[in-house]
Design a protein around this ligand. Sequence first.
Ligand code: FMN
Length: 317
Amino acid sequence: MELSFAPMEGITYSGYRRIHAEIFPGADRYYAPFIAPDSTGRFKAGNLRDVLPENNEGIKLVPQLLCNAAEPFLAVARELEDLGYEEVNFNIGCPSGTVVAKHKGAGMLGDRRQLDDCLADIFSRCPLRVSVKTRLGLHSADEFPAILEVYRKYPLSRLIVHVRDRDGMYKSKPDVEAFAAALSCPFPVEYNGNTFTPADLAALRERYPNLNAAMLGRGAVTNPALFRELRGGTALTAGELENFHDRLVEEYLASGLAPNFTVSRMKELWFYQLCMFPGSERAGKAILKSRTLPDYRAAVSALFRNVELDPDAGFYK
Ligand SMILES: Cc1cc2nc3c(=O)[nH]c(=O)nc-3n(C[C@H](O)[C@H](O)[C@H](O)COP(=O)(O)O)c2cc1C
């Protein structure tokens, strides 16, 4: 089964992806966190650095765009084509209030006519293959069949379905049943939502024997060895996690990220990874409270010395 690493803004940037792929191979592809161009197609220099091929050696990367109009989408797609990319992913699922208020991300699901017009314009002119990452609806999964009718009109290279509506954010119960409607689409379909363990994946495969692709987000950020485990490999060890951690810190500092920003970036990760250290309340608090790099390093070292890793202990949901 194809397994991809979900885009995770604030976490899965190029340094993370490269080191993850090196230490924990097993993801068939990585999606970059979204690039959000302005109405003229301009976007942040950091977004460009994140997708430069030299910063993504050894991994298959699909850049992602968050916008709601063809012109900026196509302007960035052309730049990505110049960099050698063949596919771009369209984010039609971001649930953030500010994004939805601008009718972007999952906000595009509220007006299917506008969604249709936007896709028609993009698909008639985009030099790259376009895949879509969607939700089931804005307010309800009942919207999904009508949304699929729109997608079916276009030659999507892939449809990734996060099985919640926008209102469910990242918390509501994944609507695995509603996903079934996507499986009759004429393009490859990928499941996304709460695949945290080999048992989760097995249940999904049992329910949908013809499904051949799934995307992992929080599960893989919590347990970086999840791809290996889902493919029948061994469980994560504390030594591997510590090595992964140290390599990330080194990478962020070497890339020029200031020590305090490196600490912040790493704390985003601990928000998830601490779930694998039952009984780590004190040690975890010390990590999340630390501000300077020396304090942070001391707190992480104390966690690894004093608390046992249990990769099956749970996932941040
Ligand atoms: C912190 C965070 C950042 C995310 N950033 C993005 C993003 O940049 N683009 C995107 O399409 N989805 C983004 N997502 C959604 C994930 O890609 C994924 O769809 C979601 O976490 C559900 O999958 P999971 O249950 O495997 O985590 C983000 C989710 C989280 C929690």
